[in-house]
Each structure stands twice: as structure tokens, then as C-alpha cells.
Design a binder for this molecule. Structure first.
Ligand code: HEC
Length: 325
């Protein structure tokens, strides 16, 4: 598989190169007032009646206001000290929608997030009946001025999992793609294999030589975000995965990216077969959380001898052969 647009960006993280479109708008904090409940509002291209907004407002006050606050600013009475903090819903920036990162979610995304909750955070799963939930979703859109001028993004559609019955191969391919091609550990997530393997994977998948590594390769690096604070990318053998730990959940998050953060949209940057492979790999890493095997892996990686690059040879001579597989 050849991916010419990626190659010239190395050794910059591909994430950054693929991210031409990601604009972190840390300064765009809207000054929204209370939601008017006496007239229809146009939200995401759909007209919402004041009756529906009023039902949504009542549900919001009942279920969501304690954390997300009266006007959606995330400073409700129960929000003090939460980590991660309750979202400022006025921003109109969302992490776990199945649309290209940074675009507005569809109602199906809100239903999944609200009904499923976000694992490892104070955002629990809410069992709210359909009609009430639909009105609540329209109301939380009304808290963010962005919804009055923009429409939701096109939902990202992934192929079916092509690795069913071949999970061990998926994990092996995912490990290579994660470290050697997508280069998730170059500047964001931790690495989970020795430096010599990363170097070999990068050589195999891109034809490029890796000369050096960041000093803290086995920990995450805080990244700027649209949420007013830097965000630490998850360490998969340590943190729970907020939008779910099934392989499908992970594949969707990789494909869509995480809105408002440095995690870009990978759909169409790498083929679906590799996105699924990485999802299987991340799933396998998550299964090591709180296990002796996870501890043993970390100890082994931290105890490696100092990195010495393999003896040089001109990468361009065999780059073509190395890239096609
Ligand atoms: C106990 C506190 C709490 C309550 C109550 C609560 N939330 Fe949240 N909510 C959070 C936290 C914390 C986050 C941020 C999680 C993160 O950043 O990963 C969040 C995030 C969100 C997000 C952003 C999701 C994304 O993908 O970025 C939405 C939307 C949301 N909440 C809606 C609601 C709605 C609707 C209700 C009421 C039904 C509600 N929340 C009730 C704590 C709460």
C-alpha cells in the first residue's frame, strides 16, 4: 500500500501532517446568554419550536444542570473539582461524535453519548425516554451559538471489521501501523514496543530511517485543546477509554478523531483495514490494564539499554520495495 501524501511529512508525526484541516480555536469562547424559550430557533439547519425547547429545558435542569450549569458553562454546583471538568456546552465542541473531528455531531451521536455516558468520567449513562431526549438534545444545541449557523457533519462510515477470525494478525498489523506508519507515539501517545522495533516498523512501512526518539517515549505528551486546558492523550494500558472499549467503539474513535483535541480524523488517511487493525491492537493493550503482564511490559520498556540507531545505509535505495506491502 502506497500513501505518498504521508511520506514527505516524516519524521513529523503523520497526525500533524494529516491535520491540515484541524484548527484549534482555543480563543473562540462564545458569550451566549440564556436560551430564548418564546420563539422557534434554527439549530443545525432544523427549526425547533419553543414548546420542544421548553421540554428540553426542563429535562436539562433536572438531569444536566448540576454539572453543566444554568447556561451550559460547565460550572454547575456538582461540577467543582471534576477531572475531566464538566463540558462547557456553550463552546459547541464535542469529542466523541462519529463525524470528522471538529464538525458538529448528529443527533445519533448525542443519543449514544448521553445514553452510554463517557467511561472514567463523571458523565454517567442517562436513561431518558426518546421524545424527552430528543428535546433535550435540541436544548443543549441551543446553548452553543455555533448551532445557529452550522449544520452537523457527514457521518463517518467504516467498513465491516475485515479481521474477524484473524484477531492475532490484526493485533500484529495494528502494532506495526501504530508505531511505524501512523506514528501515534512520535509526539502524543506512549509507545508499547522497544525502540529497535519502532525503527524496524517505520523502515518496513515507510522506508524511512528513525534516527532519534523523544526522551519520554513511554508516556503521553499533553497537547493543546479547544477546551481551555491541555489534554493528555490516553495511555491505553493505564487509562479507560471514554467512548467505549469494544473494538467497534475504538475503531470509530480512531476513524473520526476526537473533536477539539490533537487527535485527528484518520478515515481516508489510512485504509479502513489498518484503522481496524489499530483498533484491535488498542483493544489488546486495554486488556493489559491493571494486570501483571501490563506492569511487566512497562518495566521491560523502561529498562531498555540506551538507543543506538542501526548502522546507516541509504534509505532511498530500497524505499519502494519497503513501502509496498
Ligand atoms: C455529574 C456531572 C455530569 C452530569 C450530571 C452530566 N454531565 Fe455531561 N459531562 C460531564 C463531564 C465531566 C463531561 C466531560 C467528559 C470529557 O471531557 O471527556 C461531560 C461531557 C458532556 C458532553 C460532551 C460529549 C463529547 O463527546 O464531548 C455532552 C454533550 C454532555 N456531557 C451532555 C450532558 C447531558 C445532556 C447531561 C444530562 C442528561 C449531562 N451531560 C449530565 C459531567 C456531567
Amino acid at each position: 500500500m502506497r500513501m505518498p501524501p504521508l511520506i514527505p511529512c516524516l519524521p513529523m508525526p503523520i497526525a500533524m501532517c494529516a491535520m491540515g484541516t484541524l484548527i484549534l480555536c482555543g480563543a473562540c469562547r462564545p458569550a451566549s446568554g440564556p436560551v430564548p424559550l418564546d420563539r422557534p430557533l434554527r439549530l443545525g439547519g432544523r427549526s425547533v419550536s419553543p414548546e420542544h425547547l421548553r421540554v428540553g429545558a426542563t429535562a436539562y435542569t433536572h438531569y444536566c444542570r448540576p454539572c453543566h450549569g444554568d447556561n451550559g458553562d460547565g460550572a454547575g454546583p456538582s461540577a467543582r473539582g471534576l477531572d475531566p471538568p464538566a463540558r462547557d456546552l456553550r463552546l459547541g465542541v464535542y469529542k466523541f461524535a462519529a463525524v470528522p473531528a471538529g464538525q458538529l455531531p448528529n443527533d445519533a451521536d448525542f443519543r449514544r453519548i448521553i445514553r452510554g455516558g463517557l467511561h472514567g468520567t463523571a458523565m454517567l449513562a442517562w436513561d431518558i425516554p426518546d421524545p424527552e431526549l430528543d428535546n433535550l438534545i435540541q436544548y443543549i444545541k441551543a446553548l452553543a451559538p455555533r448551532w445557529q449557523t452550522e449544520n452537523p457533519g457527514e457521518p463517518i462510515v467504516l467498513s465491516r471489521d475485515p479481521w474477524v477470525g484473524r484477531e492475532a494478525s490484526a493485533i500484529d498489523r495494528g502494532k506495526r501501523v501504530y508505531h511505524g506508519l501512523a506514528q501515534c507515539a512520535v509526539a502524543c501517545h506512549p509507545a508499547y514496543v522497544p525502540r529497535s522495533e519502532i525503527s524496524a516498523f517505520a523502515r518496513e512501512l515507510t522506508g524511512m530511517r528513525v534516527e532519534e526518539f523523544r526522551a519520554d517515549l513511554y508516556t503521553s505528551v499533553p497537547k493543546p485543546s479547544d477546551y481551555g486546558v491541555p489534554i493528555l492523550p490516553p495511555d491505553f494500558i493505564f487509562n479507560s477509554l471514554r467512548s467505549g472499549e469494544a473494538t467497534l467503539d475504538i475503531a470509530k474513535t480512531i476513524a473520526a478523531g476526537v473533536g477539539g483535541t490533537a487527535m485527528p480524523t484518520w478515515k481516508n488517511v489510512l485504509p479502513d483495514v489498518d484503522l481496524w487493525a489499530m483498533a484491535h491492537y488498542v483493544r489488546a493493550l486495554a486488556a493489559l490494564r491493571d494486570t501483571p503482564a501490563g506492569e511487566e511490559l512497562r518495566t521491560r520498556l523502561l529498562g531498555q539499554p540506551p538507543w543506538v540507531p542501526p548502522p546507516g545505509e541509504d534509505a532511498s535505495t530500497d524505499a519502494d520495495g519497503a513501502r509496498s506491502q
